[in-house]
Ligand binder design. Structure first.
Ligand SMILES: Cc1ncc(COP(=O)(O)O)c(C=O)c1O
Length: 413
């Protein structure tokens, strides 16, 4: 199994503009096959769903293939794949629906590691139902989210535990399987935010114990589409608000209005792209047919995790060696995402200085609202985020490190 980053980069037209794209955690670039798949859908002609003519049939086929692709990506069943515009919108929708079953004295558990999209929808829904919110805390020195604390946080009153599979700023990957097991032992559901984890690791919702798993395709080389996957049997128990003539079955009743059919074709191409990232090597006998896509995805994302992990070790070592840099988060298991401040500069100023050197990074709280608060960074503008994805290479890391090193040479003001 090999991972050839030169071949991977060649698939991304946008990478030819000379910038080092270390902003993938906020949204990745898109490879040519995804752009083509979207254009091809429009070229072929698409119609609204469920019609009597071929263009409508093409849209129906795209939706069905998109559900199959996302099921392969996550280990779900196609009938458990809810499609929508993004994770935040879908999570609010699920919070609205699930909380109908909550009442005064019921409890939900959220974490201070999570992106606010997996916190606020639950906190606000709990307030409406007079349910109690319990908070899982982060160890500030390491940014670990200790799984053991959930034994004290979860009780037979707990209805839902919301937790991230990876922090979008410090990269921490908590022990979701242990947290979900504790939730299940108490009869609670576990809602996992997979937005930041999915681009970096093989995903298996069964192994994670996720009753719901959310991810957004624009974080893994696809268009701006989100999904939440769950077992069809669980979805059958839930009754979201819907229009009277809209589909009443599962998962259709969770989807609102007309989807972007062409973008859904792009999601399929993005999943196929992830599945193709590592050359097949000894797995060549698995072939390239859709029936084997799940196996190819698992093998490919295992290779991606290894590649990114090695590159990230270099990035972190470089930042750690600089006296004018403070890095946040030192978790044992983490996605390749660095969060740091530079003495003498606001995070935004660092991002601007790096942009002038054609290095794209993000700055601010990145919606990790609770975590930046816990780390004492929120009032001072957060921190700088530099994240790797599979198309980044050593040159990108070298350019980041050179540009950050230069800030010290400019002198602390
Ligand atoms: C970890 C994490 N969760 C949730 C979100 C929200 O996702 P979306 O933009 O699809 O609503 C993001 C977006 O940055 C994220 O990084």
């Amino acid at each position: 199994m090999t991972f050839d980053v030169t071949r991977v980069r060649a698939a991304y037209p946008a990478l030819r503009d000379g910038y080092a794209y270390l902003d993938g955690a906020a949204g990745t670039q898109v490879p040519a096959p995804v752009i083509e798949a979207i254009a091809d859908a429009y070229r072929a002609g698409i119609g609204n769903a469920g019609g009597a003519f071929p263009a409508s049939g093409r849209s129906d086929a795209i939706v069905a293939e998109c559900r199959r692709a996302l099921a392969d990506l996550t280990g779900a069943e196609p009938d458990g794949v809810i499609l929508g515009p993004n994770m935040t919108t879908l999570t609010y929708r699920l919070a609205e629906t699930l909380s109908r079953q909550w009442g005064p004295g019921d409890e939900v558990v959220v974490s201070r590691l999570d992106h606010d999209a997996n916190v606020r929808p639950w906190v606000q829904a709990a307030a409406r139902r007079e349910a109690v919110v319990r908070w899982a805390d982060v160890d500030v020195a390491t940014a670990e989210l200790p799984a053991g604390q959930y034994r004290d946080l979860i009780s037979d009153r707990t209805r839902l535990v919301a937790v991230t599979a990876a922090s979008n700023v410090v990269g921490t990957r908590p022990d979701v399987a242990a947290i979900a097991a504790t939730a299940h032992a108490a009869g609670a559901l576990c809602y996992v935010d997979g937005v930041h984890a999915t681009p970096h690791v093989p995903v298996d919702i069964g192994a994670l114990g996720a009753d719901f798993y959310a991810t957004s395709a624009y974080k893994w080389s696809g268009p701006h589409i989100g999904t939440v996957v769950a077992s069809p049997a669980l979805l059958e128990t839930l009754k979201p608000d819907k229009l009277r003539p809209a589909p009443s079955g599962v998962p259709g009743r969770f989807e609102r209005g007309t989807p972007g059919f062409a973008d859904l074709a792009g999601v399929v191409a993005a999943v196929d792209h992830l599945a193709s990232l590592a050359s097949l090597g000894s797995l060549g006998s698995l072939g390239s047919g859709a029936g084997h896509r799940r196996e190819r995805l698992l093998a490919s994302m295992t290779a991606v995790e290894k590649y990114e992990g090695e590159l990230f070790a270099r990035l972190l070592a470089g930042l750690t060696a600089m006296e004018h840099v403070t890095s946040y988060g030192h978790a044992a298991r983490r996605a390749p995402t660095a969060f740091f401040t530079v003495a003498g500069y606001s995070p935004r100023e660092v991002a601007e200085r790096l942009a002038a050197r054609k290095v794209n990074v993000w700055s601010g709280d990145n919606y990790a609202w609770e975590l930046t608060g816990a780390l004492g960074l929120r009032e001072s503008g957060g921190a700088v985020r530099a994240g790797l994805v599979h198309y980044n290479d050593e040159a990108d890391v070298g350019r980041l490190l050179d540009a950050v090193a230069e800030l010290a040479l400019d002198g602390v003001r």
